[in-house]
Design a protein around this ligand. Sequence first.
Ligand code: LIP
Length: 252
Amino acid sequence: MPGLWQDAMDHAVILARKAGEIVRDAVQNDLKIMCKSSSVDLVTKTDQNVEQLIITSVKEKFPDHSFIGEESVAAGEPCVLTDDPTWIIDPVDGTTNFVHGYPFVGISIGFAVNKTLEFGVVYSCIEDKMYTAQKGKGAFCNGQPLHVSDQKEINQSIIATEFGSNRDPEVVAKIFSSMRKILCLPVHGIRGVGSAAINMCLVASGCVEAYYEIGIHCWDIAAGAVIVSEAGGVLKDVEEAAPVSSSDTRGY
Ligand code: LIP
């Protein structure tokens, strides 16, 4: 049976695919690279164009819907979640990868109503993997059902994380201190593909047991949150999460 917001979800999949084509074409060309908060917080003209394409198309089809988009917020739009049907967009998740031709770049579209996430779409466009999930209807990659790992032991696990773009020495020290503790548990390994959204899809796929990051934004994780939950995983605020010695790591 189609879900409540099926038409919006179908449109999100179409837009993610279209955006993916633009990103793939742009990788071959001269990118217009700019910096946001610092010299390592990158944005390109493609990020901005893709976000505009998605927002313009959604506004035509669903004129009463609202938006939180990474590049719109960077340009001064408010980042406020209301009860309105709201599209939460990261047009190019993994911009640094995109700039360097590192082959993990996602288009991430989450959708919330009454402040509850209803569906998520992450298109890993270089790999051509379309991850989708709708509340209560399961998670899929290219139509195949996903499930998080059933590994219960952290010392049998791979943990994904990212370094983010904050180079404040205190923040960097905190990141390394957490990684050191996790590595020495010991875990099988620490990974990260440079895109929060794709890391979350890897959790949903069961190939890494958990993903965490300090200082993440809602557009990085909105779509991935639905995909992880629908694949049987759980989401936690790192400030509230259980200490790292906890033995159960499944699908964080
Ligand atoms: C980036 C992420 C990356 C994470 C950064 C950032 P962007 O998104 O996906 O993995 O470490 O915090 O949010 O800027 O490429 O859309």
